[in-house]
Design a protein around this ligand. Structure first.
Ligand code: XMP
Length: 519
């Protein structure tokens, strides 16, 4: 795991005990305008002391504290005088390491439950304005049954008699429930109480401050050198480019490779935004013909990906020849990429999803101004920098673009059909106000034709499949429950407005077992 991403701001370190919760906790801390980073539980007390965090949060984890090899933390951490909040497994670990008892579960508690304050015991962690009884989200098997010395239990649920434990003298706290999830309505209040009232951290992590600091850092790194940035049309590269442009102005040149496989009007929008509005020097490579030529006769998904990925790099390198003195390459790497790089699981996902990116061995110094940010923060920065909503709120889009949404061979005609249908899907979702609730929504063009009837005529045309999913991170996804009326409007418009299409289907497969894309 790499070192601090941002220095000189009060930082909360979230210790990861091996589940998916740590990132969400870190995001919630940021939402409270406090900077946070994730560290592995193998970090030592001395290393923690060196980082001098303003507070420490222990995440949940999938194991029981009783099993052999369950992750623990260097107990020296409790003597550092730094406020600690343990969540779920983190709370149990605190109890166990400080001499309390964690009872073995007899069934546990999963999902929503009601928590009551313990009468006659004063709580510092639960804000006094909160109701006596509140809904909390539980996911545990074991539970604390005896507090360590110096602790009090301040709330209980049916399955966790000591759902909240607190040691006021040492500012060490534990909650058995998950305050970071949306299912715990007052969860964020408790996180805020810990950060602001108990650990005394002020709200200094704002995107205005971030931009100011990032601009200084970029200037210090690049000096009077030249930088180049590949724009994909996606939010990350767009925000990285706009930020670097703010810092170094015309020392930055952007390259936009138009593969012909983007969505309707997307290429023009990139040019419009960056060249005309932001005044960024832009090399616009119109390479659609080269991509179609290369893809002719290629039908197998991975072969298409490979072809598109390789040609993309070649075209980018040609364009780069026009900026021979560029020493720096700007990339829109985000904090989740930084956290995940290096873990075996993440690297296999990356090799598949890197298609459409640039190889590691390009001879540049990297400028990665978004390395400390989560996606929602990147969107705020983009908004602050004046990028349009269409780019700031753009859905994830695969590097190979429509190339993997046209099943089988990719041709200019098919791209046009798909672009039109896809534009209708997105437009109708926007009109229905559902756009931001949905992770990705698009149309797919399969490699078959079906029989239909229009007027008195028999038709033989393409079906279009609508795909829309909700997701947190694309690792799992659920098909979106779009209202029938919205689906109906999409289907009617596609059939009436897109020549060659005579049928529309809606994909109701979740991931797993399906993937989000069809190829
Ligand atoms: P799947 O289809 O595997 O997609 O469920 C998960 C997420 O990754 C995106 N995706 C890609 N992104 N190059 C990319 O840059 C690719 O080759 C690629 N294939 C899938 C997909 O859109 C979804 O967000």
């Amino acid at each position: 795991m790499s070192g601090p991403q941002v220095r000189g701001v009060p930082t909360v370190l979230v210790v990861d005990f091996g589940a998916q919760y740590a990132q969400l906790i870190a995001r919630r801390v940021r939402e409270a305008s406090v900077y946070s980073e994730i560290v592995p539980h193998s970090i030592t007390a001395a290393e923690l002391a060196e980082r001098a965090p303003a507070a420490i949060i222990f995440s949940g984890g999938p194991k029981s504290v009783h099993v052999e090899g369950a992750p623990a933390i260097d107990p020296g951490v409790y003597d550092l005088g730094i406020p600690i909040l343990g969540i779920c497994y983190g709370a149990q670990l605190i109890a166990q390491q400080l001499g309390g008892t964690v009872g073995r579960g007899d069934g546990g508690e999963y999902g929503r439950t009601t928590m009551h304050r313990t009468e006659g015991v004063e709580s510092e962690l639960l804000p006094s304005g909160l109701p006596e009884a509140q809904t909390v989200w539980m996911s545990h098997f074991d539970a604390v049954t005896e507090t360590p010395e110096g602790f009090v239990a301040t709330a209980a649920t049916p399955g966790a008699p000591m759902a909240v434990i607190e040691c006021h003298d040492r500012r060490i706290y534990g909650v058995q429930y998950h305050p970071e999830v949306a299912h715990t309505p007052h969860g964020q209040d408790v996180i805020v109480q810990f950060l602001h009232s108990l650990a005394g951290i002020d709200s200094s992590w704002t995107m205005e401050n971030f931009i100011e600091q990032a601009v200084e850092q970029i200037r210090a790194q690049v000096g009077d050198g030249r930088a180049i940035c590949g724009l994909s049309g996606g939010v990350d590269s767009a925000v990285a480019a706009a930020l670097v442009h703010k810092a170094i102005g015309d020392q930055l040149t952007c390259v936009f490779v138009d593969t012909g496989l983007m969505r309707k009007n997307e290429g023009e929008q990139v040019v419009e935004t960056f060249e005309r509005h932001q005044g960024i020097e832009l090399i616009h490579v119109k390479a659609a013909d080269r991509f179609f030529e290369r893809l002719a006769g290629t039908t197998e998904p991975e072969a298409k990906r490979k072809a598109i990925g390789e040609l993309f790099i070649r075209v980018f390198e040609d364009a780069r020849e026009q900026v021979t003195d560029a020493k720096f390459l700007v990339q829109g790497t985000l904090y989740p990429d930084v956290i995940e790089s290096g873990t075996a699981h993440a690297s296999t996902i990356k090799s598949h999803h890197n298609v459409g990116g640039l190889p590691d061995d390009l001879d540049f110094d990297l400028v990665e101004p978004l390395r400390s940010l989560f996606k929602d923060e990147v969107r705020s920065v983009g908004h602050e920098l004046g990028l349009p909503d269409e780019i700031v709120w753009r859905q994830p889009f695969p590097g190979p673009g429509l190339g993997v949404r046209i099943i089988g061979e990719v041709t200019p005609d098919k791209v046009e059909v798909l672009q039109e249908a896809d534009a209708i899907v997105r437009e109708e979702l926007k009109i229905a106000g559902l756009e931001r609730e949905i992770w990705q929504s698009f149309a797919v063009l399969p490699d078959i034709r079906t029989v239909g009837v229009m007027g008195d005529e028999r038709t033989y045309g393409y079906p279009v499949i609508i795909r829309a999913v909700t997701s947190e991170d694309a690792m799992t996804a659920d098909w979106a429950r779009i209202p029938y009326e919205v689906l109906d409007r999409m289907a009617n418009r596609i059939i009436n407005e897109v020549p060659g299409v005579n049928r529309v289907a809606y994909d109701i497969t979740s991931k797993p077992p399906g993937t989000i894309e069809w190829e």
